[in-house]
Every structure is written in structure tokens, then in C-alpha cells.
Design a protein around this ligand. Structure first.
Ligand code: F0G
Length: 406
């Protein structure tokens, strides 16, 4: 999807319009997606926009995480502070708005949990039926509970995410279901706003690196397109390098990037990681994501389960918190700093894609030392360095004082 921008819109005019809208008290103007609508100009009738006032998420400085990674400083853009707790809301407001413009009455997606939670909420706002296809037993409870609460029909497929993805695509071809996975270009248009807003928060001075997790690779694709367009429009005068981080057991894009032949991605039949959001063996947007890396001189790295788990605990100690997939960013940065790819003085912004509360089972498992990964039928323990167990004490003040004193 390409647009011709109005040549009368100078970068400075656009920047001041984006900013001024934030102060207007309507959901449309305030939305951290729709206030950038000149950059996603596919909606003629803004009265039909379906929004939950998404976006406008904060950027936090994270000194403890920076120290852990060996950086002088590090910032996190926390997309987990969106209405349904993940970055998917940025793309769902545009995807469901397009569905409404097409008079769709039923929408569908395959999901590892966040896309479905978001789609369920926006479909409910729009009065549409929502069908979500999930890998049975593999979706974190916070996410599953959202889809149920927002009234979606949850279909748990006996298979993995890639099976669910294949089936929902086939069903969308054969029925009236409107597909809302990130293969849908209108979703990606909304997700562009994540990095547009990030550049605004950086006062339009691009950092050296933008680091994000890679699963189905929709976000990577959207970021690449947005950076390309922002550079074209002279909203930014240089482009940050994208660094995409995958979990070691689900890293087909890393394998592709490391190989000399980038013409075909070799999918994994049994992807495995406790970061269930990115347990994906056949990422659908790999071609667009590859182009995004070409445009931005980007790279791909991968991190193991222990690295993800410990990085997540460190992000928590900064008082920020995130879900496991998001913590691949800090783990990846730490690796890239120690290998010299990222310099300790580089300006780095990482995207935390989902909220800490999405996957409480993982967090409790980490802090009680009971995390286990299922690897091709065998279970292996994932032990962290920063456990924080609760203590059980009699309802007795003196005994409690002893606990506090220690
Ligand atoms: N982080 C979180 C928390 C996610 O939920 C996802 C993807 C990603 C990272 C990866 O983003 O796919 O754009 O590369 N979740 C999808 C879902 C697959 O169904 O919720 P991506």
C-alpha cells in the first residue's frame, strides 16, 4: 500500500498538527494512531473509526536494564500500556475500522493470544462477531481470559499457531470472515504509528537502534515501512537501525538472515519457547520484514530461554515489567553489546510489546524456580538468577518482624 503525500504538508506543519491533536478531548484526535492519520490516509469517513484511544504509550528510561546490558542508557517504549495491554491495539483500530468500512459483520484471526485479545475488544466495540483461532493450551491465561470476556468465539485448534494461521486463511477465503492477522495491510498501517510516535517522543531525532521482538514479523514490516515514509517526508533526517530478536527455539527468521541464500525461509515444524507470543515456526510477513532490514541496515539476533527469563526480571526491577516475548529485547541488547555490535554509548530504544499481567503463570514460575520448557517431548528446567520467592509466615507480629529484619 503506497500513498502520495500532499506536497503542501511540510514536515514542521505535520509535526505540529500531530502534537496539537493530543490536547483535543475526543478519542479520534487523542488516539496515538489517528493523530498521525496523514501517514495512514486510507479512511475517508473518520466518523466510522473504531477506537479505544490506543497508543500514546510512554517511553521510560531504564537505568537498571541499561547497566545489565552494558549500555550507558536505555529507553523502553511500553506498548503494554495500551487498552488491551499490547501493541496489537495500534493495528487493530485501523484493521477493524477498515472491516467496518467494508461492512464486515464477522472478523477472524489466528493468534498466540494478543492479536485475539485486541481483535475481540475492537470487534465488540464495532458490534461485529469475532472468531479467534488459538493453539490449544498454549495461550497465556491473561490473553485467553480477555478474548472470552470481550465476547469472542474462541476456537482452540489441536495444533500450533502455524496450523491455526493456515486454517484461518483458508476459511477466510471460503467464507465471509474478514481476516485480521497482520497479513492484512490495514493492520500494518496502524502499527506504523508505534514508531512514528516513538520518533516524536525522541523529538524526531532517530536513535541509533530500535530493538523489537520478532514472531510473525508484522511489527518489523510496519516499522520498516514507517521509517521509509518518514525519511521520504523528511520527518526524520536519518533512519535508526532495526534489531529484531527471536527466541532461540523459534528463530526461523534469524536462520534466514544468517544464511547466504535469503530467497526462501525454512519454517520450523515444532517451534519451542516459553515466550508463547512468539512461538511461531512459519512467520507470515518474513519477506516484508527482510525488506525492512534492508532499508534500515538492520540485523536479527536470537536469545535463549534463560536470557529471556532473566532479562524480564531485570525489566521488572526497573519498575516497568513486561511479558516474556518483550524481554527478548533486553536479552538481545545485552548480547549485542557484549559482541560489540552495539556500542555502550549508542542511543537505544527497545519496544516492550506486552504487559506484565498478560502471563502471570510465567512470572510466578520464574520466581518460584519452576519454569519448564517442553522441547520435543522432553522437559527441561529453565532456572533464573533473580528469583524472588514469597515467604509464608504465621499471623504473628514478632515473626513478621524477623522476616523484615532479614
Ligand atoms: N511480542 C508480543 C507480546 C506479541 O504478542 C507478538 C506477536 C510479538 C511480540 C511478535 O510480533 O508477530 O509482529 O513479529 N503476537 C501475535 C499474536 C503473533 O497472535 O498475538 P510480530
Amino acid at each position: 500500500m503506497r500513498y502520495e503525500f500532499d506536497p503542501a504538508d511540510t514536515p514542521d506543519i505535520m509535526k505540529s498538527i500531530f502534537k496539537a491533536r493530543r490536547a483535543v478531548d475526543t478519542d479520534l484526535e487523542r488516539s496515538g494512531v489517528w493523530r498521525f492519520r496523514e501517514l495512514l490516509p486510507f479512511v475517508n469517513d473518520t466518523s466510522r473509526v473504531v477506537t479505544l484511544a490506543e497508543g500514546n504509550t510512554p517511553i521510560y528510561r531504564a537505568p537498571g536494564s541499561a547497566r545489565y546490558a552494558g549500555l550507558d542508557q536505555l529507553r523502553f517504549k511500553h506498548q503494554g500500556l495500551n487498552p488491551t495491554g499490547s501493541f496489537k491495539d495500534n493495528g487493530m483500530t485501523t484493521g477493524v475500522t477498515q472491516a467496518a468500512a467494508l461492512n464486515a459483520t464477522a472478523v477472524a484471526c489466528a493468534s498466540t493470544g494478543n492479536t485475539s485479545a485486541s481483535m475481540a475488544a475492537y470487534a465488540a466495540r464495532a458490534g461485529m462477531r469475532a472468531f479467534v483461532f488459538m493453539p490449544a493450551g498454549e495461550v497465556a491465561y491473561g490473553k485467553l481470559s480477555q478474548s472470552l470476556e470481550y465476547g469472542a468465539k474462541v476456537i482452540e485448534i489441536e495444533g500450533n499457531f502455524d496450523d491455526a494461521m493456515r486454517l484461518v486463511r483458508e476459511l477466510a477465503d471460503e467464507t465471509d470472515l474478514y481476516l485480521l492477522n497482520s497479513i492484512n495491510p490495514f493492520r500494518l498501517e496502524g502499527q506504523k504509528a508505534i514508531i512514528i510516535e516513538m520518533m516524536e517522543q525522541c523529538e524526531w531525532q532517530a536513535p541509533d537502534w530500535v530493538v523489537l521482538p520478532g514472531g510473525n514479523l508484522g511489527n518489523t514490516s510496519a516499522f520498516g515501512k514507517a521509517l521509509h515514509e518518514m525519511a521520504e517526508l523528511k520527518l526524520i533526517d536519518r533512519v535508526p537501525r532495526l534489531a529484531v530478536i527471536q527466541a532461540e527455539g523459534a528463530a526461523p527468521f534469524y536462520q534466514l538472515f544468517a544464511s547466504s541464500d535469503k530467497s526462501a525461509l525454512h519454517s520450523l515444524t515444532h517451534p519451542s519457547t516459553l515466550a508463547t507470543a512468539i512461538r511461531i515456526g512459519n512467520p507470515i510477513s518474513w519477506k516484508k520484514a527482510l525488506r525492512a532490514l534492508e532499508w534500515t541496515n538492520g540485523i536479527v539476533d536470537r536469545v535463549n530461554e534463560e536470557e529471556i527469563a532473566d532479562a524480564k526480571a531485570i525489566i521488572g526491577r526497573d519498575g516497568i515489567g513486561c511479558e516474556p516475548a518483550s524481554a527478548t529485547t533486553l536479552a538481545g541488547i545485552k548480547r549485542m553489546v557484549s559482541s560489540g555490535v552495539i556500542d555502550s554509548s549508542d542511543d537505544v530504544v527497545a519496544v516492550l510489546t506486552g504487559n506484565l499481567l498478560k502471563d502471570p503463570t510465567y512470572t510466578i514460575g520464574y520466581h518460584t524456580g519452576t519454569l519448564e520448557l517442553d522441547e520435543e517431548g522432553a522437559r527441561r528446567e529453565v532456572k533464573g538468577k533473580f528469583e524472588n520467592r514469597s515467604v509464608r509466615v504465621a499471623a504473628d507480629k514478632e515473626k513478621i518482624k524477623l522476616v523484615i529484619a532479614n
